[in-house]
Design a protein. Structure first.
Length: 159
């Protein structure tokens, strides 16, 4: 009788732990390391604001420099984002969002897209093209912290 109660109790404990899972967890996270999301916002003064969100593989990474560079593609400006390793000690082993902003980018009249290149640990990690051909300038104040295009502010999907 005691043996069966112990088996039932441990089974109930496992079911309770499975029900308490709030998110996908590190092993089931649908994102991949060095995945990048970027978007541009046209400002009323003719400049563009660019934000990138890069998925780093652990918590030791931090945002670095973001700069403009010449591109080999016609009608494209290249933005190079550097993600630096900020800590050498023990890191927490879960994906971290690295947010980088470039608040004022001046584009040529023939530029139709922005190419974002992510560098980390001395190597190129990812590339992304952002189309800016038909962006309308904002008429009101822009609050980038609450931008609905930011993947960190997407409401959770319940299954």
């Amino acid at each position: 009788m005691v043996r069966h109660a112990l088996i039932l109790f441990s089974g109930a404990g496992l079911m309770a732990l499975a029900a308490c899972e709030t998110g996908p967890g590190y092993a089931n996270d649908p994102r991949r390391a060095w995945e990048v999301t970027a978007w541009a916002t046209a400002r009323p003064d003719g400049l563009y604001s660019v934000r990138t969100v890069t998925v780093a593989p652990d918590t030791c990474y931090a945002p670095g420099e973001m700069r403009s560079a010449p591109s080999s593609l016609p009608g494209t400006i290249e933005l190079q984002t550097n993600v630096i390793r900020a800590a050498n000690g023990p890191c927490q082993n879960y994906y971290t969002d690295i947010v980088q902003d470039l608040p004022a980018v001046r584009l040529e009249p023939d530029d139709k897209q922005i190419q974002v290149v992510v560098f980390a640990d001395g190597a190129e990690r990812n590339r992304l093209l952002v189309n800016i051909e038909n962006l309308e300038p904002l008429a009101a104040n822009y609050y980038p912290r609450y931008d609905p295009r930011d993947p960190r502010y997407v409401p959770p999907r319940y299954q």
